[in-house]
Ligand binder design. Structure first.
Ligand code: DGY
Length: 323
């Protein structure tokens, strides 16, 4: 039987690539160099399934390429804001993603950012590495206590709930959340989570605001100048979702004007470029989009993308169909 032709846009973990080679007539990207728009178009013309990831901007123009052969996009990643989903739907292109398998690791990174920002861990390590540590003293690098504080979670889906679990059971934090959807009461009861009516309420009440909602038209710049102004001067914002959910200019302003105490960021508006302030301010902890970056999770993401693709070619229900 002829194998489906697959094109993979970035390097995947070796075990995943070995499996891809067995199952598909696959072209891998040994150099790991991102595809240009023209290369993405040409890939769509020359494969049955394109297997891109979060760094590939798959626009309506790219999807509309003439003589497209690809019928499916098996994305490596949970987020699909880099793909024009409406256009894919219109053109009848099936799109799948890899949810669930990265929930825990992303929540771990949210907690790392929260703890590092609150306890000034990055500052301390930089001081030590620069040989500037003069020893223990009662007033050295005093941070903010995390245990028992209020954590406001914007977007109470899988990852938001995993953050709540860690914060509530590990750090005795009070969980507040906002979500446009109703969350089942057995879930909210587990973490004694309280739903607040508005995002403004979350901003006003929380000591830490964690962004865990998907990137959509509605959530673009959800954290803006007005909302930063509502936050406590002692509060921190943590983002492990997508960069453009925060208006980065407004965030920098809020940090410079000391309207908030700090930020912990794993995602940025125009990765890999970020405003200088977010790389240099002592009260900002920035990670290079590490949420799902563990061996276990990346392998699971690859395998999930493969399972979705196999289901498509077998004509069965996709485990994770977006459209
Ligand atoms: C995703 O899968 O969307 C993540 O951002 C990658 O960690």
């Amino acid at each position: 039987m002829t194998k489906p032709v697959a094109i993979v846009t970035r390097k995947w973990p070796k075990e995943n690539e070995d499996r891809l080679k067995e199952l598909f007539d696959v072209t891998l990207n040994e150099s790991d160099k991102p595809f240009t728009a023209d290369e993405l178009k040409s890939a769509l013309q020359n494969c049955d399934v394109l297997m891109p990831t979060v760094t590939d901007k798959i626009t309506a123009d790219i999807l509309s390429v003439e003589n497209r052969r690809a019928k499916m996009i098996g994305n490596f990643g949970v987020g699909f804001n880099h793909i024009d989903i409406a256009k894919a739907k219109e053109l009848g292109i099936i799109v799948s993603n890899t949810p669930s398998v990265l929930t825990d690791c992303t929540a771990d990174i949210a907690m790392s950012l929260l703890l590092m920002a609150a306890r000034r861990v990055g500052e301390g390590e930089r001081e030590l590495r620069a040989e500037n540590w003069t020893g223990w003293r009662p007033t050295h690098l005093l941070g903010t206590k995390v245990t028992g504080k209020k954590l406001g979670i914007i977007g109470f889906g899988r990852i938001g709930q995993a953050v709540a679990k860690r914060a509530h059971f590990g750090f005795d934090m009070d969980i507040l959340y906002w979500d446009p959807y109703d969350i089942p009461s057995d879930v909210t009861k587990k973490f004694s989570a309280t739903k607040l009516d508005t995002i403004e309420d979350i901003c006003e009440e929380s000591d830490f605001v964690s962004i865990n909602c998907p990137a959509t038209k509605e959530t673009l710049h959800l954290m803006n100048e007005e909302r930063f102004k509502l936050m406590k001067k002692t509060a921190f914002v943590i983002n492990t979702a997508r960069g453009d959910i925060i208006d980065e200019k407004a965030l920098v302003q809020a940090l410079v004007n000391k309207e908030i105490a700090g930020a912990g960021l794993d995602v940025f508006e125009t990765e890999p470029n970020l405003p200088n302030e977010l790389k240099t301010m002592e009260n900002v902890v920035s990670f290079p989009h590490l949420g799902s970056a563990t061996i276990e999770t990346r392998l699971a993401m690859g395998n999930t993308a493969i399972e979705n693709t196999l289901a498509f070619f077998a004509g069965t229900d996709l485990p994770n169909k977006v459209v």
